[in-house]
Structure formats: structure tokens, C-alpha cells
Write a protein that binds this ligand. Structure first.
Ligand code: ADP
Ligand code: MG
Length: 692
């Protein structure tokens, strides 16, 4: 197989456009893609027709506007290309209008009250900056999804808006530094995706995995991840075959899948792509998650994307590597080679630091979900407190700037921006701290709080917007300054002074840090329910409205949707737990106890003591009593919750249902430890994690 040939073979990319489109059309389309120029209908018709012919060659019969509603997943409604002719035949047609805009019944997608049922329609609009592709016989056209009143109902619309907000402000700064060549600033993202693979035959026997994507019960296996023998370990043949096919499928769709390896937990793996424009990275991550599941199925495996499929074993995240670049290829978070480049680098760096400190609550909100609460609030990588890791070199440089002292690697007596040349910052040294939620890794930031199942859009919408805000403040100040270099120096110095509380290079998991962070006034929002109200604080609404990323109505609707979503997830988990305990665990334990009781009977006839049997029966009886009562308690809480809405409902789930479920789990797991494996109704942790 020739990989260079299959790469992107299912994508209507620039090379295909160039080949299939008339020269003039291609030029106009490129202008739309690169400069954001609107496309006229004549051009769209030509593009649509070429796209259709190409897709049919690839075996497509249908097209779909592929969009990302607020469920966090992708949605597609397929229409075939067929159009009837007068003589009873059909032709395959696809118009520019159909390419550019689609109509969709939006009533079943979450809108948080944005759309009343009488105006249930939404529309989808082509995003020409992300390439169309053919998947399973359908031409997929990446689109944005809005209500008829123009409110965003998806994750792509605000993401594109946030990218443009950042671009406007970053260009202002670049012009001030005398950069006249850069026409565009784009944000780039490389998301590293973690996931678990388990055998489908065990998955099918666990309702919790089927309904909730994670195990609600399960005693730990004798072995966990303590031997650290899985991380970067040799791939088992079955996993290797899966990964090979996964790579091929992703490459065909133009996804730059680059690195694959076993992760820390047994049965856990990771895939990292080469970074791309944020918007494309988000789309590609959606394709990746979908492909992971699809390919796993073909290998008799199931891919679990949940943040915490197994208790007591590392959960899965998605590291969001993020930076800003010009269209001329300059990475704005790359330390430069000249004094001026270095001053510019430090200014952009300072902007990100200030942004993350001032809007740390929004950073936390951007990764909040019921699933991710198991990682962030659960004493696992990384903590729920947002902090920034800079590395020793940068910290020393910042110290020198803040205190007007010499930086030891420099000849000059003082560290002066725009005068001194920074030493090369070694990349290897920057990434030692794996506990940091937001780490500077040489020429980009790595945001590690995102959950494995989440859309990459949310954290980037926030990162782009808050960075745009601070760049705007800096640009406002610098445009008024008499002496530019001094002004840059002042801003960087002031930013370090005012925002150094967010910089932390130590162990993010330690209790001392939690204490220290509290003293510094950093937020520690342990659960989604604690975090979400941050969204509707006036300061946060203002920043999104100011940069035209969200309207206030859009923010409030998203707040409602997220609360609702949280409650729905815990509700499903509660109902699944009740179902499993009543219909599987309790009956199985009773059956086992009956067998033990029979043993007692037959032994007693011969006066043989039955200490073990009786002890087992007593313990199991006590545990099933707890289960029985807890299930009733959860059921009644659930009924109570159904009468509530919004924050109150979410609060009840968080404060009462979750603790009750934890107690229920403890009883079930205790029982599992003393029940014969033959009688246990579901596969064990050992089966799930090690038998693959
Ligand atoms: P690791 O974190 O495993 O040491 P790297 O730091 O090389 O590996 O890259 C991790 C991820 O960061 C990759 O997906 C890579 O493409 C991405 N990345 C590298 N440079 C950038 C950048 N400028 N912007 C966004 N992502 C980047
Ligand atoms: Mg990394």
C-alpha cells in the first residue's frame, strides 16, 4: 500500500479542487477559503457540481451537511443526489444552493430555549475552510448550524468567531512590532486523544458500559497499573492490527495521525495527530473519535472514550496543544532569535498568562462534564485548579524582568526587553511537569484538562476569546505609547507582577498546592455543577459579547443545556445502577447464597461445622440489604429530581444521588469479592482490562 497515495484520497482538498475546477472558479474558491471572501452562487454551482462528480467517483450516492450540535457529537442527515427526469429516469444533481445552505429540523437538538417549537427549523451553512470528504458512501460537507434567527446552535460557529476575534487583535500587535507582511493569524491545535479498548464480548454483557460508557460497579482486579508495564509497552497483535487499520482510515480522510502508543493504564492507548488549524483540528478530532469506534468494532473490540471507564485506574483525557501562527509561518509562541522577536514572544506569552489567570473559571468551565468530574475533581491528572507551568528557564527570565535583575545567561546587567536576546529555551526541559493543567511546552501551550470524550471546540473557543481580550488591552495601550519598547517592557513586567499567582511549577496533585492555591485566590471548582455558574457571571458574559463570539442569549442557553446534560447523564447512570442491582446482582447473590445454604444443609446432617459458609451467607445477606435499601433511596431521589429543573436538579444529583450511588457501588463491589466467579452476572475488571 502506498501511503502517500491513500493520504487524503477521500477528501476534496486543494489538490483535487485545482484539478477538478475551472481555473477562475478555483481562484475564487481559494479566496473564500483563505481570505474569508463570500462565495457567489455561480461559483458555488460550479464547485457543487465538481464536488458531486468527484464524490460519485468515490462511490457516494448521498450528501450531508455534517455539523456539530451542542450534544458534543456530530450530526448528519443524508440526502441522495437523485433528481427525477420527465421520462421517468433520474439524474444525479447537486446545486450550489444545496452546498452552501441546508435546512434542518432542529427541534430535537438541544437549544437551551433558543428556539421555540413553532420555529423548529435551523439551517446549516458550509464552512469552506474545512474540506468536504466522502465517508461511507456519503459526501460530508462540514457546516455550521444556526437557528433561523441566527443564533448559533453548534460548536463550530462560535469557534470560527473566536478564531477571527483573536486574529483581529493579534494582527494589531504584529503591526505595532512593524510586521507588515503577515495577512492572517490563525490558531493551531494538536489534540492528543486517549482511549480504552476492550473485548466486545465482555462489553456486550455490561449494561453500564452500554448505557453509560463506563463501569458503575466492579471490584478491582488483583493487578492494576502499579507495575507501569503498559506505558509505551509493545503492542499486542490484536491492538496493533486495529491501530494499523485506524491509521489507514484516518489517513484516507486526511487526518494527520502521527503517534500511537500504549498509555499508562492497562488497555489504554493514545493517538496524536500533527497539529493543524483549530477549526480543522476540531473536525478531525470528531472524525477520529468516530473512526476509533468504527474500526474497533471491525476487530471485535469496543473503544471507550469515556473519561473514567474504570475506577482505580487512570482516566482518559485529551491534551489540547495550542498556539498562534501567522500565514507566513511564524509561530507567535516561539521564542525568537532577535531582541525584537523575543519582546514580541514575551508579550504574547504575557497575554496568555493574564488571560488564563483572569478567566481561569471559564477555562475550567470549558472542560466541565459529568464524565470529566471523575478526573478533575477526583484527585487524578490534572487537578481542578487551573495553573500554568512555564519551566525553569522562562521562570528565571520572568524573575529577572520583574525585579530588573540580571538573567544569568545574559551578558547585560539587567534583563531588558527589546534589547537582550533570550537564550534558546530548551524544549526538553519545558515538559517535565505532567501534573500541570496548562503547560508551556517550548512553542505552544498544552491544556491537559480536557476530557477524552469532549469536543475540542469548547476549550479553544475560550482560549481564543480570552487571549483576544488581553491582546486587545495590550494593543490599546501600545498604540497610545510614546516609547514602544519601554511600553512593551512595562506591560510584560506588570503582567508578571499581577498574574504570577497562576504560575506553578510544583506538584499539582499535592494537598499543599490546594492550600496554597486557596491562599492565592485561585478557583478550585471541583464539579461541573460548581463550575457552570461561572459562565453567566457578568465579566464572562461581557468578554464573549465584546468579541462577538456569543450573544448573551447564546451563553445563557448553553448554560442551561450544560446543566441539563449533567442531570441527564447522572440520571441515566442512576437508572442503570438500579436496573443492574435489582435484575442482575441481587438475584445472582441470592442464587449463590442458596448454593451455599444447600452445602450447609448437607454438611449439618453429618455434624460438620459450617463456619465459612455461614459467614459468607451472613456477609452477603448484609450487603444485599444495603443494596436493596440504597436502590430504593436512589429511586426516590430520582423521583424528587424529576420535579426540579436547572441548577436545583443538577445540585440534587451531585449532592445526593452521586453519594448514594457510591455507597451502592461499595456494597456491590464487596459482594463481588466474596462471591463465586461462576455466579457473578457480569465480566470482572480483570476480564475487561486484561483479557484482550
Ligand atoms: P509530546 O507532547 O508527546 O512531547 P509534541 O510536543 O511534539 O509531543 O507534540 C504534541 C502535540 O502537539 C502534537 O499533536 C503536535 O502536532 C502538537 N503541536 C506541535 N506544535 C504545535 C503548534 N505550534 N500548535 C499546536 N499544536 C502543536
Ligand atoms: Mg504532549
Amino acid at each position: 500500500m502506498n501511503i502517500t497515495e491513500i493520504f487524503g484520497c477521500e477528501v476534496f482538498n486543494e489538490a483535487v479542487m485545482k484539478e477538478k475546477l475551472p481555473k477562475e472558479t478555483y481562484k475564487l474558491l481559494k479566496k473564500t477559503i483563505h481570505d474569508g471572501k463570500p462565495l457567489d452562487l455561480g461559483v458555488a454551482n460550479t464547485v457543487a457540481n465538481a464536488m458531486k462528480d468527484w464524490a460519485i467517483e468515490k462511490g457516494a450516492t448521498h450528501y450531508t451537511h455534517w455539523f456539530q450540535p451542542m450534544t458534543g457529537f456530530t450530526a448528519e442527515k443524508h440526502d441522495s443526489f437523485i433528481t427525477p427526469t420527465e421520462d421517468g429516469h433520474i439524474i444525479m444533481e447537486f446545486s450550489g444552493k444545496e452546498l452552501i445552505k441546508g435546512e434542518s429540523d432542529a427541534s430535537s437538538f438541544p437549544s437551551g430555549g433558543l428556539r421555540d417549537t413553532c420555529e423548529a427549523r435551523g439551517y446549516t451553512a458550509w464552512d469552506p475552510t474545512s474540506c468536504a470528504f466522502v465517508k461511507d458512501g456519503t459526501l460530508c460537507i462540514p457546516t455550521a448550524f444556526c437557528s433561523y434567527t441566527g443564533d448559533a446552535l453548534d460548536k463550530k460557529t462560535p469557534l470560527l468567531r473566536s478564531m477571527s476575534a483573536l486574529e483581529i487583535q493579534a494582527l494589531r500587535i504584529l503591526r505595532l512590532f512593524g510586521n507588515t507582511t503577515a495577512k492572517r493569524v490563525i490558531t493551531t491545535v494538536g489534540p492528543e486523544q486517549e482511549y480504552f479498548l476492550i473485548d466486545k464480548k465482555y462489553y456486550d454483557e455490561r449494561k453500564d458500559l452500554i448505557y453509560c460508557g463506563r463501569t458503575l460497579f466492579g471490584a478491582p482486579a488483583p493487578k492494576g497499573q502499579e507495575m507501569e508495564d503498559h506505558y509505551f509497552g509493545a503492542l499486542k497483535p490484536r491492538i496493533s492490527a486495529f491501530m494499523q487499520e485506524l491509521d489507514r482510515e484516518l489517513w484516507k480522510l486526511g487526518v494527520l495521525a502521527k503517534t500511537k502508543h500504549n498509555e499508562a493504564a492497562p488497555a489504554q492507548h493514545e493517538l496524536a495527530p500533527i497539529f493543524s488549524t483549530t477549526n480543522v483540528a476540531v473536525d478531525h478530532n470528531q472524525i477520529t473519535m468516530e473512526t476509533l469506534k468504527k474500526v474497533a468494532n471491525r476487530h471485535g473490540l469496543v473503544c471507550l472514550l469515556h473519561e473514567k471507564p474504570f475506577e482505580g485506574i487512570n482516566g482518559s483525557g485529551k491534551h489540547n496543544n495550542w498556539s498562534m501562527s501567522t500565514d507566513t509561518g511564524l509561530n507567535l509562541l516561539d521564542p525568537g532569535k532577535t531582541p525584537s522577536e523575543n519582546a514580541q514572544f514575551l508579550l504574547f506569552l504575557a497575554a496568555v498568562i493574564k488571560a488564563v489567570d483572569e478567566y481561569q473559571g471559564m477555562m475550567r468551565v470549558s472542560v466541565a462534564s459529568a464524565g470529566n468530574d471523575h478526573r478533575l475533581g477526583g484527585g487524578e491528572a490534572p487537578p481542578a485548579i487551573v495553573s500554568i507551568f512555564l519551566g525553569d528557564e522562562l521562570e528565571a527570565i520572568f524573575d529577572a524582568i520583574e525585579n530588573d535583575t540580571a538573567y544569568e545567561d545574559l551578558k547585560s546587567s539587567k534583563m531588558k526587553l527589546g534589547v537582550d536576546i533570550l537564550p534558546a529555551i530548551p524544549r526538553d526541559n519545558t515538559d517535565r511537569n505532567r501534573t500541570s493543567p496548562f503547560a508551556f511546552t517550548g512553542n505552544k501551550f498544552e491544556f491537559r484538562m480536557l476530557g477524552s470524550a469532549a469536543s475540542v471546540a469548547d476549550p479553544n473557543i475560550v482560549l481564543n476569546t480570552i487571549t483576544a481580550e488581553i491582546l486587545m488591552q495590550f494593543a490599546d495601550e501600545l498604540e497610545e505609547a510614546h516609547d514602544f519598547t519601554t511600553a512593551v517592557n512595562d506591560i510584560v513586567k506588570r503582567t508578571i507582577k499581577n498574574h504570577k499567582r497562576i504560575i506553578f511549577n510544583g506538584n499539582g496533585y499535592s494537598d499543599e498546592w490546594r492550600e496554597e492555591a486557596k491562599k492565592k485566590g485561585l478557583l478550585n471548582l471541583e464539579s461541573t455543577v460548581d463550575a457552570l455558574p461561572v459562565m453567566i457571571e457578568p465579566k464572562n458574559i461581557e468578554v464573549f459579547v465584546r468579541h462577538k463570539v456569543f450573544s448573551e442569549t447564546e451563553i445563557r442557553s448553553r448554560y442551561e443545556i450544560q446543566l441539563e446534560n449533567y442531570a441527564k447523564i447522572i440520571n441515566i447512570e442512576a437508572l442503570t445502577a438500579i436496573d443492574m442491582v435489582r435484575k442482575e446482582y441481587i438475584p445472582a447473590i441470592i442464587k449463590y447464597s442458596t448454593t451455599v445454604a444447600l452445602a450447609v444443609n448437607s454438611k449439618s446432617v453429618h455434624d460438620i461445622p459450617c463456619r465459612t459458609e455461614i459467614d459468607i451467607m451472613k456477609k452477603l445477606s448484609m450487603l444485599t440489604d444495603i443494596m436493596y435499601d440504597k436502590v430504593a433511596e436512589i429511586e426516590s431521589l430520582d423521583r424528587k429530581a424529576s420535579e426540579l429543573a436547572g441548577k436545583e436538579r443538577a445540585d440534587l444529583f451531585r449532592k445526593s444521588v452521586i453519594p448514594a450511588m457510591a455507597e451502592l457501588r461499595r456494597a456491590v463491589d464487596e459482594a463481588e469479592k466474596i462471591t463465586s466467579k461462576k455466579f457473578w452476572p457480569v465480566p470482572s475488571y480483570g476480564d475487561l482490562i486484561f483479557k484482550i
